[in-house]
Design a protein around this ligand. Structure first.
Ligand SMILES: Nc1ncnc2c1ncn2[C@@H]1O[C@H](COP(=O)(O)OP(=O)(O)OP(=O)(O)O)[C@@H](O)[C@H]1O
Length: 368
């Protein structure tokens, strides 16, 4: 039994006792272990438990103020691996923040590495969900900042997708700088960051999500640069050297790479014959982030008509396309169990109890 917190619709936390069945490790990151299995109390549900720690200035923060928890407590959407509960524990003199998240059985990057190919209908279905997730984030002034296949989890059989890993996500109003070229995994990094711009904008996620969508449609990585310069060269090879207007709008110096004529995204692959797919990509892969279509506008494009068609189409596995009608709504209510009224005293008590608990699996003790 763990003393942790639930999250109210308002984003406030309330104390709650948490219990799990046998959890198995199902993923890991540089500063996290992820376990999957059943939660048995206060609700019965398959969950992913992310045990995360940090080696930066955030390492002594109380769990309620841990940035990933702060961000996740402000969002809730069916295409996001939502934070359901959280608690903390001490391991090796570190605070380990334990996030109870919506679970999905497949990671997109692993499917890709296993050679799984998506047909056009499924690629559209998953792209629609990815863009509805970032539409929700933009409506809450949040930028994910690390959209890539490793952070996209799916239930491939049911045709469902969720965006995961909010460890790099930022709120726009904080006015922090992005750190330019070092943010967002290289293949998915938009031109403005490659050129050294340090502003956060939701358009960063639009570029990255389109690169992920391209992988769903074409089964290969769009821009696989060896380093920052090579990444810029590959992008310029398709869209041409940035115009003076683009450079001025982004507010950076001209990139020092050879000038190239634009080949255009259509010539990049001959297999994707559906012109709606190119229209979508042309509207989101713009060098100037201000010219990229927003996620909400992307969701209205003809590429997704087939996903919205009634009666719902059957996918190649014989299962109907899931009902995504509510995905374009940006305000979803959290499905909470009983919500005991949280007063400050009980919240502080739960945090103390939670901190004094020992490691969930012991593995976090051995990782630095
Ligand atoms: N909700 C989930 N359902 C299923 N698996 C998940 C879920 N969340 C994360 N995982 C798995 O755990 C892995 C690591 O999770 P996550 O990316 O959140 O950790 P991280 O520490 O931020 O990783 P990194 O260091 O790569 O940024 C994911 O790549 C995925 O395989």
């Amino acid at each position: 039994m763990w003393s942790g917190f639930g999250i109210k619709d308002s984003g406030e936390f309330y104390p709650v006792s948490l219990q799990f069945g046998g959890l198995q490790r199902c993923g890991s990151g540089r500063f996290s272990n992820v376990y999957c299995g059943p939660m048995t109390s206060p609700i019965h549900k398959e969950i992913a438990l992310k045990n995360a720690w940090s080696d930066t200035e955030t390492r002594h923060l109380p769990t309620t103020q841990y940035p990933e928890i702060q961000i996740l407590s402000k969002i809730f959407h069916p295409a996001i691996s939502n934070l359901l509960y959280f608690y903390s524990m001490n391991a090796n003199e570190k605070t380990v923040h334990c996030l109870v998240l919506d679970y999905m059985p497949n990671e997109m990057a692993r499917l890709r590495d296993q050679g799984v190919k998506f047909d056009i209908l499924d690629a559209k279905l998953f792209t629609f969900q990815l863009f509805s997730a970032i539409g929700h984030l933009a409506s809450k002034n949040i930028v994910h900042m690390d959209i890539k296949p490793q952070n996209v989890v799916m239930d491939r059989a049911k045709g469902l997708l969720k965006l995961a890993d909010f460890g790099n996500a930022r709120r726009l109003e904080t006015n922090e700088k992005t750190g330019g070229s070092y943010q967002v995994t290289r293949f998915y990094r938009p031109p403005e960051l490659l050129f050294g711009c340090e502003k956060f904008t939701p358009a960063i996620d639009i570029w990255s999500a389109t690169c992920v969508a391209f992988e769903l449609f074409a089964n290969r990585i769009l821009f696989k640069g060896k380093d920052t310069k090579d990444q810029i060269t590959l992008i310029i090879g398709v869209f041409g050297y940035p115009t003076d207007e683009d450079i001025k709008s982004i507010g950076v110096k001209r990139p020092r790479v050879a000038r190239k004529e634009a080949r255009g995204i259509e010539t990049f692959t001959s297999k994707m014959l559906d012109s709606d797919i190119y229209e979508f990509m042309k509207s989101t892969l713009k060098i100037d982030p201000k010219k990229r279509k927003s996620a909400v506008d992307v969701l209205k494009m003809p590429i997704f008509d087939v996903i919205k068609a009634v009666p719902r189409k059957k996918r190649s596995n014989g299962i109907e396309i899931p009902d995504l009608i509510r995905y374009t709504e940006m305000n979803h209510k959290r499905e909470t169990e009983v919500e005991p009224a949280a007063d400050i005293e009980t919240t502080e008590k739960a945090e103390k109890e939670s901190k004094s608990s020992s490691s969930h699996s012991g593995e976090e003790d051995n990782r630095k």
